[in-house]
Ligand binder design. Structure first.
Ligand SMILES: [Ca+2]
Length: 146
């Protein structure tokens, strides 16, 4: 269990780092596609959100939320992702909607840092965003040019 401090720019930098973001999204998508048919079903996507814990952080749902309310929430999320209403979410849909959500979270956070407790084995996007920021810190120039 560790604690990371993130703000909007942590997440925005992660999303805007296209190579890193796409790689993370691809990996997550592959893992979530439990039956390997190349698309995410309703239940696969629901699992994704339960794992990512984006709901708790972004949508403000507390643990006391009734199961049927949660199901409605997950249904509406699925419909958002499934842009062409094909009944499944492909990689493109997943990536573009995730990007929107991450940027919305970034806007929500703004420049006020928040603390987040993460499991050591957390592979969620928030953790990856924090890791990416941490990995960049030592390389930042201390002064502006020569
Ligand atoms: Ca699938």
């Amino acid at each position: 269990m560790g604690v990371v401090i993130i703000d909007g720019s942590t997440i925005r930098d992660f999303v805007n780092d296209e190579a890193q973001f796409n790689k993370s999204v691809d990996e997550a998508f592959t893992k979530l596609d439990l039956n390997n048919d190349g698309v995410l079903s309703r239940s696969e996507l629901r699992k994704a959100f339960e794992t990512l814990r984006l709901i708790e952080t972004h949508f403000g749902v507390d643990v006391a939320t009734a199961p049927e309310e949660l199901t409605n929430l997950y249904d509406s999320i699925f419909d958002k992702f499934d842009c062409d209403q094909s009944g499944s979410v492909d990689l493109e849909e997943y990536r573009s909607e995730l990007k929107k959500i991450m940027l919305a979270i970034a806007d929500g956070l703004g420049s006020s840092p928040i603390q987040m407790a993460l499991e050591d084995d957390d592979q969620g996007f928030i953790k990856q965003a924090a890791d990416l920021e941490a990995s960049k810190l030592p390389q930042q120039p201390s002064s502006a040019g020569p």
